[in-house]
Design a protein around this ligand. Structure first.
Ligand code: SF4
Length: 166
C-alpha cells in the first residue's frame, strides 16, 4: 500500500511517444488475434471505473479481455492491473499483452488479486488512518510516481541527489 500513486507529469513529446508505442502494441495484438479467428468486440471500453484496452470473442464464443502494455518486459504490477479487469465471470479470460506476447492469467491468480483488492478496499474504508500511514513501496511503480508528499519518494530523491553529488 502507498499514500497514493500520482502519475509523474509528462512533457508533450514524451506523452506522444508513449501513446504511439501503446497504439502500435494494440494494433499488433489485434492483428495476431484476427489472424487466429478472434472477433474484435471493443476498443477502450469504459466500465466499473476502468477502461478495458481490448475485448475479443474467441472462436469458441468465450470473451477474452486484454490489458495491453507498450513495455517489453511485463512486470508483476502489469499482471495485477490486468487481473483487476476481472469481474468474477469465470467464463471470461483475462490476458496481459504487449506487442509480441499474450499471457493468459490463471484463474487462481485472478481470484487471489480480487481477494487482495477487497481486503485493501476494506482497510481504506474501515481504517483510513491506519491505511494512510501503511505502505510498501514498489520500485517499478514508484519510479513513475510524482506524489511529492510521499516520504518514500522524498527519501528516494534524496538518495539519487546524493549519488549524483558523489
Ligand atoms: S512513491 Fe511509491 S509509495 Fe510513494 S506514493 Fe508513489 S507509488 Fe506510493
Amino acid at each position: 500500500m502507498c499514500p497514493a500513486y500520482v502519475a509523474a507529469p509528462f512533457d508533450n513529446e514524451s506523452r506522444l511517444w508513449f501513446q504511439g508505442l501503446h497504439a502500435i502494441a494494440v494494433l499488433r495484438v489485434v492483428a495476431r488475434h484476427i489472424k487466429q479467428g478472434f472477433l474484435l468486440k471493443s476498443v477502450e471500453r469504459r466500465g466499473r471505473g476502468l477502461r478495458i484496452d481490448l475485448e475479443f470473442q474467441k472462436p469458441d464464443g468465450k470473451i477474452r479481455i486484454h490489458e495491453v502494455k507498450s513495455a517489453r518486459e511485463l512486470t508483476e504490477v502489469h499482471r495485477i492491473q490486468a487481473a483487476l479487469y476481472w469481474d468474477g465471470n469465470r467464463s471470461h479470460e483475462i490476458v496481459l499483452s504487449n506487442d509480441s506476447i499474450d499471457l493468459v492469467l490463471p484463474q487462481e491468480y485472478l481470484e487471489k488479486v480480487r481477494q487482495q483488492a477487497e481486503t485493501t478496499r476494506a482497510l481504506l474504508k474501515d481504517h483510513p488512518s491506519e491505511a494512510a500511514v501503511t505502505f510498501h513501496p514498489e520500485e517499478c511503480v514508484c519510479r513513475n510516481c510524482g506524489n511529492q508528499r510521499c516520504p518514500f519518494l522524498q527519501r528516494n530523491q534524496q538518495s539519487q541527489a546524493f549519488k549524483v553529488g558523489e
